[in-house]
Design a binder for this molecule. Structure first.
Ligand code: GLA
Length: 326
């Protein structure tokens, strides 16, 4: 049985650098993502953009590059009891890497779902998200939180996901129809392997007052954002996003001059709320804009940007049936 899997990227509306201390996040899964069509096989054989990877079905092997994520996901799932069934497949993506849209989390989710499907091994979405989060650390040593993997698995079209990363309690918050969400790419590429991501986590855990203040105030801003969305008061998001950006710049120090300038340019061009999104040190900003001004904001700010639509979380479609979710 072959399977086609799709895992979306995410844009985090607010709740940045709060996940790994058990705080609140509010991402949306987006229409940009990664797909994989795969057949069960004796080993793991994958092709992506002409690059081939081959590993044992339990993830043993010494890969490099994106292969490290595949190996780490397979190893995490093996530890949870997944039978060692391999996959043979081709990966295709329209989700840019390193742009702050959760590409590595989406990739882990994609591989995890494909490996589970091939071995007929079932995991609850949050169990899989946690396994993929551990895989991120195992693969590249980045001690990330669960934001990206949870968003890729639990997103819903028309909604943002409100997730308490401590208790894993979650619910979906409707997105206003008259607001367009833009992602504007600063062009500054990051890989959290080499960035200050792990330093920030360490500083937070050591109790650095500015880092702690960012997290406390950011959690409060997530609550305020949810209240504004639920009361249909999107205009209130402008000052909340501005305060988030200032806190990420001054207290958490993960923004960059280019991200700061892009936020200012988006507001200047007509967005009513804007802030960096994702881990920072480069990547993208998220901007909220009235639909009729979206094209102008895109045109006046960056070479690369996207109007993002909220999407459903990762799906598994069996190609031998018409069902949407297997
Ligand atoms: C990256 C990590 C997430 C989260 C964000 C910051 O995207 O993968 O776990 O920490 O940074 O909010």
């Amino acid at each position: 049985m072959s399977a086609t899997i799709w895992a979306p990227g995410r844009v985090n509306l607010i709740g940045e650098h709060t996940d790994y201390s058990g705080g609140l996040v509010l991402p949306i899964a987006i229409q940009l993502g990664i797909g994989l069509s795969a057949e069960p096989s004796d080993r793991i054989r994958l092709v992506s953009a002409g690059e081939r990877l081959e590993l044992a079905a339990d993830g043993a092997g010494a890969p490099y590059g994106w292969g490290r994520y595949v190996a780490a996901v397979a190893q995490e799932l093996a530890e949870l009891g997944r039978p060692p069934v391999g996959i043979d497949g081709v990966i295709e993506a329209d989700l840019p890497r390193g742009a702050g849209l959760g590409s590595s989390g989406a990739f882990e989710v994609l591989v995890g779902l494909a490996l589970c499907a091939a071995a007929r091994f079932e995991l609850e979405p949050l169990e899989l998200a946690l396994a993929c989060q551990r895989a991120e650390r195992r693969a590249v040593g980045v001690p990330s939180g669960i934001l990206d993997q949870a968003a890729s698995l639990l997103g819903r079209a028309g909604f943002a996901l409100l997730l308490d990363c401590g208790s894993l309690e979650h619910r979906w918050v409707p997105l206003p129809e008259d607001v367009t969400v833009l992602v504007l790419d600063s062009g500054e590429r990051h890989a959290h392997e080499g960035s200050g991501y792990a330093d920030r986590r360490r500083e937070l855990e050591a109790g650095d007052p500015r880092r702690v203040r960012h997290v406390e105030t950011e959690n409060e801003r997530v609550r305020e954002t949810v209240a504004a969305l639920e009361s249909g008061n999107a205009a209130a998001l402008g000052p909340i996003f501005a305060a988030s950006q200032a806190s990420l710049r001054d207290d958490y120090e993960v923004s960059t001059p280019r991200l700061d300038a892009l936020v200012a340019a988006a507001l200047e061009a007509g967005a009513f709320a804007a802030r960096m999104t994702g881990g920072g040190f480069g990547g993208s900003i998220v901007a909220l804009v009235d639909p009729e001004r979206a094209a102008e904001v895109l045109a006046r700010t960056v070479a690369q940007g996207w109007t993002v639509r909220s999407a459903d979380g990762a799906t598994r479609r069996r190609t031998d049936s018409n069902r949407d979710r297997a």
